[in-house]
Design a binder for this molecule. Sequence first.
Ligand SMILES: CC(C)(COP(=O)(O)OP(=O)(O)OC[C@H]1O[C@@H](n2cnc3c(N)ncnc32)[C@H](O)[C@@H]1OP(=O)(O)O)[C@@H](O)C(=O)NCCC(=O)NCCS
Length: 146
Amino acid sequence: MHELCSMRPEDVPEVLELWRSTPGVGLSRSDEPSELERFFERNPGTSFVLRENGKVVGAVLGGWDGRRGYIHHLAVSPECRGKGYGRLLVERVLREFKKMGVLKVHIFVYRQNTDAIGFYRRLGWYWRDELGMMSLDLDREEGERE
Ligand SMILES: CC(C)(COP(=O)(O)OP(=O)(O)OC[C@H]1O[C@@H](n2cnc3c(N)ncnc32)[C@H](O)[C@@H]1OP(=O)(O)O)[C@@H](O)C(=O)NCCC(=O)NCCS
């Protein structure tokens, strides 16, 4: 039996275990429990955890910056893949985004993660060949930046 619920700070230790053991999910300082708590405060009700017999088997973060929606860290544990759980998690986030009037949603995905790309394509998402990504670390002094 599975249960899909909004992600709460209490879920984070188990969810981090899932993410840490999932290739394709890249963790950073923003995934410290205190940072995730700030994320939930800023984005209430758009991140979800899926449990099967009480055990976390899937998780996803959804966030909206006021312009675009973003989905981060979608993961389903290997033994539970292929049962529609990934779709369920994504569709649940999208349902909330639609209620909020979000017009477009992005994900960041490693280019070599062909499974995730195949999965998202199946759900109707499209690859943006014309776009790349640039980043700047605001938590480092200028001299420390790569
Ligand atoms: C990507 C992931 C979440 C998919 O989860 P899942 O529960 O196995 O996916 P679902 O069973 O919900 O599949 C939904 C649909 O996508 C299809 N699909 C799943 N994986 C696919 C793949 N690799 N290629 C093409 N289609 C795929 C399924 O056949 C299904 O199609 P249908 O609904 O028309 O029958 C899971 O493989 C995973 O956790 N991967 C590792 C983490 C990761 O890479 N996350 C993405 C970070 S961007």
